[in-house]
Design a protein around this ligand. Structure first.
Ligand code: ADP
Ligand code: ADP
Length: 239
């Protein structure tokens, strides 16, 4: 069964501008999919529709067999724990430490920050430390996030997503602000997470080379439409 399915999804902004136009595809569990396309193609809108940060106008999205549009607030919160999000600008809380940011992921994204550390059990903290170690951030555990490099910040972002034990990770231009070396480290981690932990990864990328190197499959979008869907080796340049 497909983990994620989009059927004829259309999204209009301001009831007129069509940012996604009749988009359909499905993604299986454990796939590594890159979404490529020029700026303004609709990549970010697509990810936002998947986790319902943005509401679609037509069509249907289902995750793990559940149609997302009809969910109550409570069920939506539950669904979102299955979806990890990673952003270009990391979206960390700068004045908090690495461990605090990572633990914060457990509460699900957009939750409040009150009394962050004391709230968590030893088991939860142990799990957070384990994930921080996997991402090679042991030495940074108690550093504030505003003291980290971009690449380290993005690894914190990945750790924060992983700690909620997601089925799928959506990454919106995760390497767009990084130097090539840090970008490679991030892409390597995402690939490992996908192939060794079995978590489905969907990555928006501007860089075609990274998509070619890391993906099982590439979806190309342009002006809100799917213009390519296939193996990296079959990608044809955008006309
Ligand atoms: P650059 O890599 O310098 O941005 P490219 O000509 O490689 O320039 O690509 C321009 C944009 O078009 C890139 O953002 C890329 O993601 C996108 N692109 C390239 N090929 C395809 C394709 N087959 N389908 C959709 N988008 C594509
Ligand atoms: P990408 O991620 O491929 O750069 P986006 O999904 O960010 O593309 O944007 C797709 C199109 O939708 C762009 O033309 C953008 O200007 C427009 N857009 C994105 N967000 C909004 C919004 N909140 N309101 C109106 N238009 C938007």
């Amino acid at each position: 069964m497909a983990l994620l399915e989009l059927n004829h999804v259309t999204k209009n902004y301001n009831s007129q501008f069509c940012a996604l136009d009749n988009v359909s595809f499905s993604v299986d569990e454990g796939e590594f999919v890159s979404i490529i396309g020029p700026s303004g193609a609709g990549k970010s809108t697509l990810l936002r529709c998947i986790n319902r940060m943005v509401e679609i106008d037509k069509g249907q999205i289902s995750i793990d067999g559940v149609i997302t549009s009809s969910l109550s607030k409570k069920m939506l919160r539950k669904l979102r724990t299955k979806i990890g999000m990673i952003f270009q600008h990391y979206n960390l809380v700068d004045r908090l430490t690495v461990i605090e940011n990572v633990l914060h992921g457990r509460l699900g994204y957009k939750s409040t920050l009150a009394g962050i550390f004391g709230k968590y059990s030893q088991t939860e903290k142990a799990q957070a430390f384990r994930i921080i170690k996997i991402l090679g951030l042991e030495e940074q555990v108690y550093k504030r996030c505003d003291q980290l490099s971009g690449g380290q910040k993005q690894r914190v972002g990945i750790a924060r997503a992983l700690v909620q034990n997601p089925k799928i990770i959506l990454c919106d231009e995760p390497i767009a602000s990084l130097d090539p070396n840090s970008a490679k480290i991030i892409m390597d981690h995402l690939r490992t997470i996908c192939k060794e932990m079995g978590i489905t990864v969907i990555v928006n990328l501007h860089q075609v080379e990274a998509a070619l190197k890391y993906s099982d499959r590439i979806i190309g979008i342009n002006r809100g439409k799917v213009v390519f869907d296939g193996f990296p080796e079959n990608l044809t340049p955008l006309q």
